[in-house]
Design a protein around this ligand. Structure first.
Ligand code: AMP
Length: 190
């Protein structure tokens, strides 16, 4: 199995590049942000619980997010692995993911981290907000908080994969196709 963590701050291009990786490598796409937005839209209990965190640009508690992922890993029909997009976002999530994948005998192959500086992230997110209507992409304060939360709580997850020699840094500036070529060059070696 090819199990990839696609990592990076909000607006780094994880969703866009995930779609292309899914197609090229026949992977299942697991985006915790997408799952949470679907729960919110369907007004489930989980969605209602997650709403206040998402609107403020804070992280949804680990136990909620980890609970969501577990079941999804059982469905491996027709795919050659998974791409984890926007997950893990804390070291506790990364530890739990390792434990779940170890149980199934399909460890993470590598973490690909898209590097983009803050000014560019803010620009991209505001533009995405205009197109998608995502509330958390339309408020500058929320955007800045998401980037701050990323730096404080999520960036340390890189160290978790560095320690396992599974970390790959990718320049996230350029055209979508150029960035995809950089990602694919790493994935092809995994
Ligand atoms: P995203 O679409 O990945 O930018 O996620 C949108 C929002 O969902 C985030 O700002 C968080 O509030 C929440 N979220 C998504 N994934 C996670 C996660 N792995 N852990 C905690 N919160 C998450």
């Amino acid at each position: 199995m090819l199990n990839l963590v696609l990592f990076g701050p909000p607006g780094a291009g994880k969703g866009t590049q995930s779609e292309k990786l899914v197609e090229r490598y026949q992977l299942g796409h697991l985006s915790t942000g997408d799952i949470l937005r679907a729960e919110l839209k369907a007004e489930t209990e989980l969605g209602k619980e997650a709403k206040k965190y998402m609107e403020a640009g804070e992280l949804v508690p680990d136990e909620v997010v980890i609970g969501m992922i577990g079941k999804k890993l059982d469905n491996t029909e027709g795919i050659k692995g998974f791409i984890f997009d926007g997950f893990p976002r804390t070291t506790a999530q990364a530890e739990e993911l390792d434990r779940l994948l170890e149980e199934k005998g399909m460890p993470i192959s590598g973490m690909l981290a898209l590097e983009v500086e803050k000014e560019e992230l803010v620009k991209r997110l505001l533009k995405r907000g205009e197109i998608s209507g995502r509330a958390d992409d339309q408020n500058l304060g929320v955007i800045e908080n998401r980037i701050k939360v990323y730096q404080k709580e999520t960036a340390p997850v890189m160290n978790f994969y560095k320690a396992q020699d599974k970390f790959y840094s990718i320049d996230g500036i350029g055209s979508i196709d150029d960035i995809f070529d950089r990602l694919a060059a790493v994935v092809d070696k995994l």
